[in-house]
Design a protein. Structure first.
Length: 203
């Protein structure tokens, strides 16, 4: 489907590259667990006894073999558990997503298909046939509604296809994909959700 047939408020919006970059970096940062940890000299086991007497050895005075200068000692200024998440308001995320979708649409890299399966029986071959030439893309993003159970089950094991629910679509998903394919139900759910959010902001 051509870009002119897509809702212009979503697929013909300005593309703010710095904003998209900021939102994508924030999403990647939020995915970090932040549970890396090194032990300080107070946390390393052992070293309670002074290794040798204070004077008369000719060596520098030492109070513990778990001091940072010893092998097996504590680490100075090492990583500690932390939260990497960055504050990204909903409006920023929405603007970034509209911007990258518009960029893909202007490059003719957004496709709409009626559906990717019928009935209750999953059929990978039929779903790939419905995708047409898009199925050959190295990184294909397929946006579905949560009700399309047959399509989810048909394509979930295809290596080059990433499936995402319309209410979970993010700028990062679009950035790393070569082409975006919406089912009609997925597009409707995505557009309606966006319009509902705009209505709430205006209220």
């Amino acid at each position: 489907m051509a870009a002119t047939q897509l809702p212009p408020e979503i697929f013909d919006a300005p593309t703010n590259v710095p904003l998209i970059h900021q939102v994508v970096v924030a999403q990647l940062a939020a995915a970090r667990t932040g549970n890396h940890k090194t032990k300080t000299r107070a946390e390393v086991a052992g070293g309670g006894r002074k290794p040798y007497k204070q004077k008369g050895t000719g060596r520098a005075r030492q109070g513990s073999i778990r001091a940072p200068q010893f092998a097996g000692g504590g680490v100075v200024h090492g990583p500690q558990p932390r939260d990497y998440s960055q504050r990204t308001p909903k409006k920023m995320k929405a603007a970034a997503l509209r911007g990258i979708l518009s960029d893909r649409a202007r490059a003719d890299r957004v496709t709409i298909v009626e559906s990717l399966g019928s009935g209750d029986t999953p059929n990978t071959k039929a779903a790939l046939a419905a995708l047409g030439e898009s199925a050959a893309e190295t990184r294909l993003l397929v946006v579905l509604s949560r009700d399309e159970e047959t399509a989810w089950r048909s394509l979930r094991n295809v290596a080059n296809i990433q499936l995402v629910a319309s209410d979970q679509l993010s700028a990062y998903d679009v950035v790393i994909s070569d082409r975006v394919v919406f089912t009609q139900a997925g597009l409707d759910a995505f557009v309606n959700r966006g319009r509902a959010a705009d209505t709430e902001e205006q209220a």
